[in-house]
Write a protein that binds this ligand. Structure first.
Ligand code: PEP
Ligand code: MG
Length: 690
């Protein structure tokens, strides 16, 4: 055995191309070659590029190289020579310069939750299918390894072709990175680990590649050197390519380090739902609006989120430092030290975030003039169940059950759903819970079916259920059975008219009969209709006669009344919750329900915005359902207002001509009547047409 001491003297440290040169030299020798950091003892195999890169050896790092084998002396000489020649990097290529984009960059978007977070960018391009775990039979393990090797070969061919093209079109200096990609791909640290994982865990190749890839990436994102850490995105690229070749699909799902900020053009709600919250600190997306499902879930999870950032994604790289300020709706890429300091001071003086601002007050809240208002919780994920209690909700006003389907293409079984609804009943307590039949389609669960040209107007919600009766029956049975355990109701989403209600009720009645014939334990449930499309508003009187309650989905009501895509930032200016047409719709629905003597629960995001909640009370709503974390704020505001006064303002708003007029009216009236509750900056800001 022989060893020598070395120091990294090249400006960029032992980065991808230098490491690739080192691997090339080391691989010529038979001896084993180990690099060791002198400061912490971290070790790397000098024949493995991934291993070398995880040393994170920047300029000035002291190392030891240990050789063991018949040609150990020659190997040491060659490697010491390579170090002294700065890894033979005589040419300086543009691509190797530290990124010029390290200047602070501020982008304005829309803050859809609370909080200020400092973290590291993790780029995530959606449109990818998740990678799922399958258990492989013993007899098929060899076939699975073979599949993986085929994917490696295919990836190699693709990379060689890309490299050749890059060399031709951009020159050698720009193509080098694909050499590193090719080395990653052949690195035993990756390939051997994946194959070992397949056999040891009896896992499918996709899952094994994802797990091993994520491990490598997480080591990378923790590297304490900006330039080297950025190279993590190269590994990410290779893993993505492998997975794409294995699944025959597009991109996929990445690693997460401690302080990840997910930056994406857009995110599926199911992706947000699946994020590991121990690691993800915030999200920043180019698309999205206040009521997009992704934003709703982010709020529910207490995740700091800014959406509608337009072309921000393309300006970032995985590993970049980023500040996400959801309070101001702003993100800052590469924040300077003074910006960070400033923000830290603001965060401290701004007091606790909504998430920390918990209260145990529960039960209905009373306005100053004695009107009782129920504040219920909207939930979608089992992880949010605890919040129902934490924030003192009067049960669950809306369970968005489609999040049980977050695995694309997978309907959960009756037993799985029964388990989920039972857990829901438990957490909801005496006030009960309302389960919405799958609102699949639109932006949710779009992978369950072929993409439609116009999904929001397509086979969505009750239409989907009526076209997929087997899935609907499974869900209805699970709900009926769980309601034997405690108070549970069912609501039918997006009914166009009473015909949709009748069709859905027919299926429910049939399942009641089936369960009775099977002598299963179940209980009949109250059945409600979501009023969220204009045709349902216009025929609310008829619908009210055939259901037990209404739920007013103001998110979709705004979308469909104003013909504005709720998730499209380009038209966010036209998404006006306080548009007079929306207020007429709400008013009419409330009146129809009152006449039929049935309750109305307002469960769109409007209910969770304190100023809007007051207006809803003014229109006559007494049952509001919202993101659990918003309950304490709404409770405080409602307890300090007078419902009669709210009514006066609401009546004036119904006379206004435009959304601008209503907003002006609300701002002026609220500031005058309740200055301590609604100082200027707590009222919703008018959107900008930009
Ligand atoms: C709504 O449309 O307001 C609603 C509550 O349902 P979702 O946001 O899930 O469409
Ligand atoms: Mg809706």
């Amino acid at each position: 055995m022989a060893e020598r001491r070395l120091q990294v003297t090249s400006r960029l440290g032992l980065h991808a191309r230098a490491a690739a040169n080192l691997v090339r030299v080391a691989s010529k020798f038979e001896s084993s070659l180990t690099l060791q950091r002198l400061d912490g003892g971290a070790e790397a195999d000098a024949k493995s590029i991934l291993s070398i890169l995880t040393l994170a050896a920047s300029r000035g790092t002291d190392l030891k190289i240990i050789a063991h084998g018949i040609d150990e002396q020659q190997a040491l000489d060659a490697i010491v020579g390579l170090f002294s020649r700065d890894f033979d990097e005589t040419e300086k290529y543009d691509v190797e310069q530290p990124s010029p984009a390290t200047q602070e960059l501020r982008c304005k978007g829309l803050g859809v939750s609370d909080g200020i977070v400092l973290g590291r960018v993790l780029r995530l391009q959606e449109g990818t299918r998740g990678v799922y775990r399958a258990v492989i039979a013993e007899a098929d393990l060899e076939r699975e390894r073979h599949r993986f090797r085929v994917a490696v070969r295919l990836s190699r061919r693709q990379l060689e072709a890309i490299k050749a093209r890059a060399e031709k079109e951009l020159g050698r200096g720009h193509a080098y990175i694909f050499d590193a990609h090719l080395l990653f791909l052949e690195d035993a640290k990756l390939t051997r680990d994946v194959e070992d994982y397949i056999v040891r865990e009896r896992a499918n190749a996709e899952w094994a590649a994802k797990v091993v890839g994520d491990r490598l990436l997480s080591i990378y994102t923790q590297i304490n050197d900006d330039y080297l850490r950025e190279r993590g995105s190269d590994i990410e690229d290779v893993i993505q390519r492998l997975l794409a070749n294995l699944t025959g699909e597009g991109p996929k799902y990445p690693n997460l380090s401690e302080d990840s900020v997910i930056v994406s053009p857009d995110l599926l709600p199911s992706t947000v739902a699946e994020l590991n919250l121990k690691h993800v600190k915030a999200i920043a997306t180019d698309a999205g609006g206040w009521t997009s499902h992704m934003a709703i879930i982010a709020r529910g999870l207490g995740l700091t989120a800014v959406v509608g950032l337009r072309d921000f994604y393309q300006r970032t790289r995985t590993g970049d430092q980023i500040l996400v300020d959801a309070r101001r709706g702003e993100v800052i890429l590469h924040p300077t030290a003074s910006t960070i300091e400033q923000y830290q001071a603001t965060a401290e003086s701004a007091g606790p975030s909504l998430r920390e601002d918990k209260t145990v007050e529960s039960g209905p809240v009373e306005t100053q003039d004695g009107v009782l208002i129920s504040l219920r919780a909207n939930v979608e994920l089992p992880t949010e169940f605890q919040a129902v209690r934490d924030f003192g909700a009067c049960g669950v006003g809306l369970f968005r059950s489609e999040f049980l389907l977050s695995r694309p293409g997978l309907m959960s079984s009756e037993e799985q759903q029964y388990g989920a609804y039972k857990a829901l009943v438990d957490v909801a307590g005496e006030h009960g819970a309302i389960v919405r039949l799958f609102d699949v389609g639109g932006e949710v669960g779009s992978e369950l079916k072929e993409r439609e040209r116009n999904p929001a107007l397509g086979l969505r919600a009750v239409r989907f259920s009526l076209r997929n009766k087997a899935a609907m029956r499974t869900q209805v049975r699970a709900i009926l059975r769980a309601s034997a355990v405690g108070p549970l109701s069912l609501v039918i989403p997006m009914v166009a008219d009473v015909a949709d209600v009748r069709r859905a009720k027919q299926v429910i009645t049939e399942e009641v009969a089936h369960l009775a014939a099977e002598q299963k334990q179940f209980s009949e449930v109250q059945i409600g209709a979501m009023i969220e499309v204009p045709s349902a508003v216009l025929t609310a009187e008829t619908i009210a006669k055939e259901v037990d309650f209404f739920e007013l989905g103001t998110n979709d009501l705004v979308q469909y009344t104003l013909a504005v895509d709720r998730g499209n930032d380009k038209v966010s200016y036209w998404f006006r919750t306080l548009h007079p047409a929306v207020l007429y719709g709400i008013n009419r629905t409330l009146l129809a329900a009152r006449e039929a003597n049935i309750p109305v629960i307002v469960c769109g995001e409007m209910a969770s915005t304190p100023a809007y909640a007051v207006l809803l009370i003014g229109l006559g709503a007494i049952d509001l359902s919202m993101t659990p974390a918003m309950i304490p704020r709404v409770r405080t505001v409602v307890s300090r207002i007078n419902a009669d006064e709210a009514r006066e303002v609401a009546l004036k708003c119904l006379q206004a001509a435009t959304a601008d007029d209503v907003e002006d009216l609300v701002r002026n009236e609220f500031r005058t009547r309740w200055p301590e509750l609604f100082p200027l900056n707590t009222l919703p800001k008018p959107p900008q047409i930009s």
